[in-house]
Write a protein that binds this ligand. Structure first.
Ligand code: NAP
Length: 282
């Protein structure tokens, strides 16, 4: 049995969807990863013992984490250590999701797994602590997630552009957008391949700016006349600093036999199709 934690989140929902009846999900209300008592009881209830535990649960409010340091630390740093102990007791393998925000963005070529980490914000620091607190797991660092099941950047761009309002979007931060449906498939493939424990980078393959991602998203939705202009990071101040460059090399994952995710056109096509299907017809 495959157990998905954080099953109510954007990635968690797509992971559950990818596994179908092979997986069971627990939402935050059903299992709080920051609660050591609940975590110690994992696998003891009627659900049965999992062979794999996929941790999609995290405190993900990057800007708010600058204030809510304790809450972010409990979910992102302590949660993985409780998970690690629970999985060891159950002899279950773990897939844990981490982030490009463990890096400071000073590199100009894709980050590899053993590059030096240096998070620029509280969220990144708590996620890095989580990586270190997981004793043995497949840790997948991903970036710029978007999905049909959660609030995300391309949804916001499409909503604003659809209303005809102008958009000003940061053009000097570079990263790789990653579709949750495709990351979920990578997780399926990692389990099928019985991937060895370790840190792996798992992202979409196309580096771009938020500005370019906004243009690609609205075009994929079929909006041809969007008013989108590029701005600099300093023109859009945020409480949490973000890396200027956080492209992650996926070569280690590919060398282990896991294919590169489909390209962004394919991802955006499937994403916008799902959005349109979920919208009430006019
Ligand atoms: N989104 C991105 O751009 C991005 C980029 C890189 C890496 N990641 C990583 O990808 C993973 C999935 O993120 P996502 O985008 O799917 O985020 P998400 O939509 O915010 O999902 C996270 C889920 O975790 C739940 N959660 C929070 N604290 C919890 C706790 N203590 N116990 C159990 N569940 C808890 C949340 O519930 P509530 O909503 O009720 O709090 C939410 O359902 C996370 O590890 C994140 O750090 C995300």
């Amino acid at each position: 049995m495959i157990l998905v934690l954080g099953a109510g989140g954007m990635l968690g929902k797509d992971v559950l969807r990818a596994f179908g009846s092979a997986a069971t999900g627990l939402t935050r209300a059903q299992c709080d990863i920051a609660d050591p008592t609940q975590m110690a009881q994992l696998g003891m209830g009627e659900l049965g013992r999992p062979n794999w535990i996929i941790n999609c649960a995290a405190y993900t409010k990057v800007d708010l984490a600058e204030q809510e340091k304790q809450a972010a630390y409990e979910a992102n740093a302590l949660g993985p250590s409780y998970l690690s102990s629970a999985a060891a007791d159950l002899s279950a393998r773990v897939i844990h999701i981490s982030t490009d925000f463990v890096f400071d963005g000073e590199k100009t070529s894709p980050y590899v797994e053993n590059d030096e980490t240096n998070p620029m914000n509280e969220y990144g620091r708590t996620k890095l602590a989580g990586e270190r607190n997981i004793a043995s797991a497949i840790v997948l660092r991903t970036s710029w997630l978007f999905g049909a099941e959660g609030p995300c950047f391309p949804k916001t761009m499409i909503r604003v552009a659809s209303s005809g309002k102008p958009l000003r979007v940061v053009a000097d931060q570079i990263g790789c957008p990653t579709y949750t449906e495709d990351l979920a498939q990578t997780i399926v493939q990692a389990i099928d391949a019985n991937l060895p424990d370790g840190i792996y980078h798992a992202t979409g393959s196309e580096p771009m700016s938020w500005f370019d991602f906004a243009k690609r998203s609205v075009a994929a939705y079929g909006i041809s006349e969007a008013d989108i202009s590029p701005i600099r990071t300093e023109d859009w101040p945020t409480p949490a600093a973000r890396p200027k460059y956080s492209v992650l090399s996926n070569e280690k994952l590919q060398a282990a036999g896991i294919p590169q995710m489909p390209n962004l056109d394919s991802a955006l096509q499937r994403f916008t199709d799902r959005l349109k299907q979920s919208e009430p017809s006019a």
